[in-house]
Design a protein around this ligand. Sequence first.
Ligand code: AMP
Length: 346
Amino acid sequence: MERSAFVYTGKYTVDVRLSAQNRRVNRWGCFLLLDLFLLLLIRRGVSCLALARDVCYTRAMRTVTTKRELRAALAKNAALPRVLVPTMGALHAGHASLLRQARELAGAQGCVVASVFLNPTQFNQAEDLASYPRTPQQDADLCEACGVDILFMPDAQQMYCDDQTVSVHESALSSVLCGASRPGHFDGVCLVVSKLFNLVQPTDAIFGEKDYQQLAILRRMVRDLDFSVALHAVPIVREKDGLAVSSRNVRLSAEHRLLAPQLYAALRNAAESYKGGSSVGTACVSVMQQLEKLPGVKVDYVQMVDPVTLRSLSSGEIGVFPTLLAAAVFFGDVRLIDNVQIMSHS
Ligand code: AMP
């Protein structure tokens, strides 16, 4: 006589054949059945544990607005690595790329801290600060969706004392490119980033290559002031038409929004001609000519610089690699920046 037992363990169906001709086998079969039953319980238990773990690890983002709350949140979440992403809000796909990179770097066990702070000390024009877009609720939603653990959203009173007298000034890289047309801008950046480094004590911090000069200056600041943090750079995120994604793009007129991708197109063309043997001067002039023929468009600067020191190459230089071609251009009253890194001839 032959009997069959079908044991369903959740994933597998096990066919256990028990033969009446061999009682020993039958007895072992019972043990086997018992084993399978226990296995079933354990498997169910394990999947319950996995579920519980997933539920526990579903990240509930904590939003804090004061330094005191930030310290308390960090004390509760002492996990390392601790990765910081400083932003000024009006978050978009470029910021999302930094936040996702932060989550990846921190891993499941680490802690991602994002700051959204419209830093007044880095605006050298009051109108620019006043017209800067503010979207706090969308910012919080995006941070949560990107796996941020702690979102720090202070206001200016929280960040600065009225009689603050200490500044952080980088004196070489800050005087060229955007530093030349926005005096004091990088002092404001260095000040707020130093404060954030001190408050958050991150192991790592992430910045975008969109603000290449900012990144170079912060690298210098970290080196010269011995901040114990590793800086990471994320490539520029662009719209489909090539325009670098920026919080300021929403302020472009419809006409200038259509023209704005020509900034990147002009930089790319110039980079190709430089790779092909054109001089620095020829490449930079070609960018200016391509852009200044557009209505309402005015070039602030186009320069080719050393990617580390930001030393400007002279116009006759040819074939210096790697180099950075950077530009700032007004489309109406909206100032856009962009850059391309030129690594080698090929
Ligand atoms: P902001 O909010 O403009 O201060 O930018 C915060 C960070 O996001 C900076 O490190 C920027 O370089 C970076 N970022 C802004 N736009 C982009 C972009 N299109 N691609 C990559 N990073 C970006």
